[in-house]
Design a protein around this ligand. Structure first.
Ligand code: C6P
Length: 424
């Protein structure tokens, strides 16, 4: 199958009624009501972290007021209740991404820790000197550095797939670099800079054909499109709660059960053991084998409210509405004199990276901030991608479910304000 034949989420009919309106959702996010520098907040830094709906904030408060206890340890009432709420989030995550079993859902601190877990644990069990790991030129540092560390320690070789001029994965280069030496392909589902949606299902098919396993960095995908790990057939899938309207400090690693079973624990400590003696320690069953120590209980419990929130919105509807807004934003930005937009991927979501000719992105960010508009500027933890783009930094607007056409209009007005300020 060609790269272009990747099934894309079906778009709604142009006149089909939306299930919800972004404007109405804003009321559920208390922080969006607060003025910033005397103006209404336009929050366009959702790829860094999303704002939290009242339901998540309330779930956090309720946990500490009504349920607080450690999990999996006590037999007292509160510990049982806390454990139940904690495990309910695991079940909600399992259903949300279509995993076969809760044994395949491991809680971590975030995408970064999920990738590190796989890099270190998988490599200890499965990688030999001379083996190869394949990543792409659009990866976040979290999907580069752990592999570099593993390569250095184990004599494994890191290879990188270049991009096309559109900012998409160069498929023929990918096929050329893939070989029987490739043991892991680790790739972003969605680029945090270009917004490119990678053809994960086809990447998995090609990688499996040479016997490689695939880790998908889903940090920027899970908040924007429906994800079904069984349909993708990936071996690992990593993401962060805080980018999907949930609390900070919580991440998920999905892994196929047979692989997780074969991998050694990542960290040692409480909860991950079956029995300990000075002579011999045996490990707990999945998923607990990979969850050493007291987890981030309250935030994991509150994460459930974020999943409920997204389920209520319906991820296909989220995708459809955000796609319309992204198209609107691309057209509007193109019309601003001096704006350069990076990447023209055919399938995209989430983020738009751009610069305003003649203005350093940090200066642009500062002017926009004065207008109450929050964007991110810098290298976006993707320095190799910046090198490929031939820039040190860019501005980036990234969208969430509460962003509106008015937000985009305010951004565009802010860009004109910056042009005026810098006498362009
Ligand atoms: N990108 C951004 O502004 P953590 O920090 O572990 O929750 O997520 C790391 C990460 C991994 N992969 C991708 C594709 C990401 O976008 C991120 C986080 C943020 O783009 C913060 S640098």
């Amino acid at each position: 199958m060609s790269r272009l034949s990747v099934p894309r989420p079906r778009l709604a009919e142009p006149n089909a009624g939306s299930k919800w309106q972004a404007e109405a959702l804003r009321d559920e996010f208390p922080i969006l009501q607060r003025p910033i520098r005397g103006k209404g907040l336009v929050y366009l830094d959702n790829a860094a972290t999303t704002q939290k709906p009242r339901a998540v904030i309330e779930a956090l408060r309720r946990f500490y007021e009504e349920l607080n206890a450690n999990v999996h340890r006590g037999i007292h009432y509160l510990s049982e209740q806390a454990t139940q709420a904690f495990e309910q989030t695991r079940s909600a995550v399992q259903r949300f991404i279509g995993a076969r079993s809760t044994r395949e859902i491991i809680f971590t601190r975030g995408t970064t820790e999920s990738i590190n877990l796989v890099a270190w644990s998988f490599s200890r069990r499965f990688l030999q000197p001379g083996d190869e790991i394949l990543i792409t030129h659009m990866e976040h540092h979290s999907n580069i550095v752990p592999w570099q560390m593993v390569c250095e320690e184990r004599g494994v070789v890191l290879r990188t797939v270049p991009l096309t001029s559109e900012g998409e994965l160069n498929w023929s280069a990918f096929e050329r670099l893939l070989s029987s030496k490739t043991k892991v392909v680790s790739v972003a589902h969605v680029s945090n800079v270009l917004g490119t949606v990678n053809p994960v299902r086809e990447i998995v098919r090609a990688a499996h054909a040479v016997g490689a396993k695939v880790l998908v960095d889903g940090a920027q995908a899970v908040p924007h499109l429906p994800v079904d790990v069984q349909e993708l057939d990936c071996d690992f899938y990593a993401f962060s709660a805080h980018k999907m309207y949930g609390p900070t400090g919580v991440g998920v690693l999905y892994g196929k059960e047979e692989l997780l079973e074969a991998m050694p624990p990542y960290q040692g400590g409480g909860d991950m053991i079956a029995s300990v003696s000075f002579e011999r320690t045996t490990y707990n069953t999945l998923p607990y084998k990979f969850e050493a120590g007291t987890p981030n209980i309250a935030d994991i419990v509150a994460f459930r409210a974020a999943i409920d929130f997204l389920n209520r919105l319906d991820m296909m509807e989220v995708y459809t509405q955000e796609e319309k807004l992204t198209k609107y934003a691309l057209t509007a930005l193109h019309e601003v004199p001096g704006v350069v937009i990076y990447g023209r991927p055919a399938h995209r979501c989430g983020a738009i990276a751009f610069n305003l000719d003649g203005i350093h992105p940090h200066d642009l960010g500062t002017v926009l901030d004065q207008e109450g508009i929050a964007i991110r500027t810098g290298h976006h933890c993707a320095q190799p991608l910046m090198d490929w783009l031939g820039v040190a930094a860019t501005a980036r607007a990234s969208f969430g479910v509460y962003n509106t056409v008015e937000d985009v209009d305010r951004l565009v007005a802010g860009l004109y304000r910056a042009r005026e300020f810098f006498h362009l």
